[in-house]
Design a protein around this ligand. Sequence first.
Ligand SMILES: Nc1ncnc2c1ncn2[C@@H]1O[C@H](COP(=O)(O)OP(=O)(O)O)[C@@H](O)[C@H]1O
Ligand SMILES: [Mg+2]
Length: 257
Amino acid sequence: MAPVDFVIKFGGSAITHKELPLTPNLEVIRRMALELSEGIKPGKRLVLIHGGGSFGHYEALKYLKDNQISDPLGIAAVRGSMLALTKIITDSFLATGLPVFAITPSSCIILEDGKFNCAKFFLEPVERCLDGGLIPMLGGDVVFDRSGSTRILSGDTLAQQLALNLDAGMLAFGTDVDGIMINGQLVHKVALEEIAKYSKMIGSRAGDVTGGMAGKVREIGNYLSKGGKHALIFNATKPLLLKKLLLGEKVEGTYIG
Ligand SMILES: Nc1ncnc2c1ncn2[C@@H]1O[C@H](COP(=O)(O)OP(=O)(O)O)[C@@H](O)[C@H]1O
Ligand SMILES: [Mg+2]
């Protein structure tokens, strides 16, 4: 299969108001739709991921124990909240003329002992979308494990796995900060060997059940150590960065690798 040009993850901190339960940031979602429609060059292949923000994380926090959810109502509530967020994004993107096609991870991924790497991932719908000129979009989700447990699959993990499987030219994480910040300063570039050092210096964030910025940086480390090419963390709440990224221009953010 032809490689994809971009795997772009929209963080929940950008597309929702993370401190307000079940509240999308429609301004950011609409602007992203517009920048995507203006920035995607003909023939470019793009996969989108979205995080959970005040939808998935909010519900997961109520039910999550030892990284697992066992209450059937909790499992269904997390799925339902992510479905709602996916629908809001899909409607906004469709209204802008983007052929976005939402794919549900829990329906095509099975974990094994909590490890996404050992998972069964039926990737063909994503590939068919790309070949058909669609933009596949997947969100973080609650997924089943062969052991019988049910876990949260973070959008960050999903993004790096898809980028690896689809040989992405660029794996980009849009969030609500400019990139990795150390002592208030943006770190513009991190080499592969420096990732461990930086992830120790990065804090997490209340309300994020999947590791926050430190988790993101760890996922990028996994990605690059397995042959991933380029990764970037940028501020998706700042206008025009997404469009510039799609047009192949350098954007403000942390480039890793
Ligand atoms: N050193 C750091 N640099 C950047 N962000 C940090 C750092 N330490 C903690 N954070 C927090 O990580 C958040 C981004 O991670 P997260 O909330 O998981 O984003 P997303 O919703 O995109 O997954 C930032 O909003 C910030 O509050
Ligand atoms: Mg997060």
